[in-house]
Design a binder for this molecule. Sequence first.
Ligand SMILES: Cc1cc2nc3c(=O)[nH]c(=O)nc-3n(C[C@H](O)[C@H](O)[C@H](O)COP(=O)(O)OP(=O)(O)OC[C@H]3O[C@@H](n4cnc5c(N)ncnc54)[C@H](O)[C@@H]3O)c2cc1C
Length: 438
Amino acid sequence: MNIKIIGAGLAGSECAFGLAQRGHRVDLFEMRPARMTPAHQTSNLAELVCSNSFRSSAVSNAVGLLKREMTFLGSMIMRCADEARVPAGDAFAVDRERFSAAVTRTIEREKNITVRREEVTTLSRDGYDFAVVATGPLTSHPLFEAINDFLGHDGLYFYDAIAPIVASDSLDFSKMYWKSRYGKGSGRDYLNAPMNQEQYEEFVQALLTAELYPLHDFEKAVHFEGCLPVEEIASRGIDTLRFGPMKPVGLEHPVTGDRPYAVVQLRKEDLSDEYFNIVGFQTKMKVPEQKRVIQMIPGLEEAVFARFGSMHRNTFINGPRHLRPTFQTKRDERTFFAGQITGVEGYIESAAVGLLVSRYIDELSRTGRATPLPYHTALGALGRHVAESSPDRYQPSNVTWALIEDAIGKVRKAEKRERQVEKALATIEALTSAPQVA
Ligand SMILES: Cc1cc2nc3c(=O)[nH]c(=O)nc-3n(C[C@H](O)[C@H](O)[C@H](O)COP(=O)(O)OP(=O)(O)OC[C@H]3O[C@@H](n4cnc5c(N)ncnc54)[C@H](O)[C@@H]3O)c2cc1C
């Protein structure tokens, strides 16, 4: 098959390699160095634009499990990362130059891949059997417009606004109560953490003095009016939060009938009962500050974070509206999206989607259909997130245990993680030994 891949970042490079290894011909389009993004500095493929960390390597951590699964499935990105690994304790860090040089060398040596240093400005398969869009968080403007036209209404976004997620078994339920505003909904959709005036004022003060991540120059033009960071709302006046995301109206205590001074609402994560999202708490606070400030909320004093909040410039599509769990578009089963543009977040998750898409295209070309990996694996969970989250609240996510389907049920948490890891790895290992259907 002939395949066009747009973007030679983490996802595009991994996808191209996986397809070439299976005997397909790939044209890999990369606009650098002729046209640079605001963050990339070199012409290397799979350049790491910021930190040099691939995060935890422990398999008890969801991203550690994801890396292990990728290695089992022959990930080129993981092989180059291993070659360029530098000591960093429990974290998996790489020498960024050596890493992207190794990826570039590997791709350029691959006889089935032609790297074409050109900016792509239209979204068409142009006679190729399959097309993959892997242009990442800084997709160039003309292609952004073309994707927007292809997807139509409510398809594509240019920044993300991520609220923190906390584990339910770390919350003190005695300080909170279940209630939807004005009693609408099931009654167990929202958990409310009430505050009195003193608690609220201290909380606002903590938000105002928290240290923030700086905005990159190219992010300053982004207008967040519809979705402001919580600390920005707090800076607009002492009562602004009480009239915004912390509004107590309609949230009177179900037993006493008292209306609190302010309320923080927690909503169950779409794909899991074990985690809660803190509603309206998208933030630019630094991670230790998020922990300090959010643990001031009644009931969250011991909160364990599955994900911290963030807000940045990002290009991503509304996955649940437009993608299948195999990353094919609903509009055309031969056009795929891969990498961060699908609504996954981070170097490893992006590369993982590239790996998955190479498998799915190969399977589709041989058998006429692609079957998503099981959702209890970390790899399969990325497809689950992208296709099965709520389209109305879709935001990018790192891989977390909140996305991985619970195939174990009620057992002690430590034992549960162990069994989840065993089951996921057994499933992935079985794939590597399964005969290929012609
Ligand atoms: C400022 C910033 C800081 C970040 N920091 C981190 C971090 O610390 N840790 C982390 O895990 N993740 C971080 N990320 C996210 C990380 O960059 C992505 O998760 C990852 O690079 C996504 O991989 P990708 O392959 O989807 O996209 P990319 O790696 O960005 O690759 C996309 C490629 O497509 C090319 N391209 C774009 N448009 C076109 C076009 N029209 N035609 C041809 N080529 C095109 C680009 O030049 C680029 O090479 C950061 C992102 C940004 C923007």
